[in-house]
Design a binder for this molecule. Sequence first.
Ligand code: DAH
Length: 354
Amino acid sequence: MDFSKIQKESMDKINSVDNLDQLEKLRLFYLGKKGIISQEMKTLGSLSIQERKEVGKNLNNLKELIQQEIQKQKISINSKALNKKIKEEKFDLSLPPRNFYNGKIHPISQTIEEVINIFSSMGFALEEGPDIESDFHNFTALNIPPDHPAREMQDTFYLSDSEKNEKLVLRTHTSPVQIRTMIQQKPPLKIIVPGRTYRCDSDSTHAPMFHQVEGLLVDKNSTMANLKGCLVDFLKIFFEVDKLEYRFRPSYFPFTEPSAEMDIAYSKIDGVLKIGEGNEWLEILGCGMVNPRVLNNCGINSKIFQGFAFGMGIERISMLKYGISDLRSFFETDLRWLKHYGFDPLHSSSKTGL
Ligand code: DAH
């Protein structure tokens, strides 16, 4: 074997290659299992000891040389490719930047947050309950027995739990959380419950899913006067008004006795709504003294304890405060709408200072 010839030839070939595929082919040709060097190694056995030493040494030197040269060429090919890429790549400074929008807080979330802030500053604790409720919590325990017309009043989505053979509903109001809390905790109680509610109803003023906030206070001596004071304070802070004309109208809810609906005055001048004063009335919430039957249903002695409750629609107070005219727009997930009516994070109503 002519070592110097093969050496020269291999170096020339390796140096003339300009891509990694060809380089790999050359590597196999010289150094692979069936490559020239391996073939030559196999013939060593037939040589004399002296020749074997000599040829073996030469073969190893050649092998090392070829390996080194291939490695060098590999680095050179890679760096040439990188330089070419860098040369060809250009920054196009004329491209417009990508639009970057901050997310917005949905008015419903914002309103719930404000309601929680105000009531917690009055000492109300926050409670929550499940959206899928038992018939017992949503109706029966609230003194709405099976054939009660109040069940018709609230068009209910019924579900059924086939395993337990129990009637389940999508809660039609947040009032069942009153029941859950009274069963689990001992009075005195002072809670608010914001959350989703569902009724089989849909038009410009009704959505099948909407939000309510419930309030419940149970102690030994709270009266309707306390209820009134609490609601008036809340509404003044929420609507950011010093003056609030209101009226309580007698009403009926099975879970309160007596029951009332609260209206607040408003006026509309040049299309602008002014809450708190004016010749028109807006129905804003339902309330009353907790019906002793409801207390008893939850294991609370109604001879010792009494209290008040109220419930209002979040969408309604949000629409009034923020001038949103169509209820459906809350749930249409239109980003342009959200950009306009939404809130920046950490926004808080100026008057609450919370
Ligand atoms: N649950 C009632 C409804 O959805 C609202 C309500 C009225 C809640 C009076 C109350 C209450 O807690 O006392 O229409």
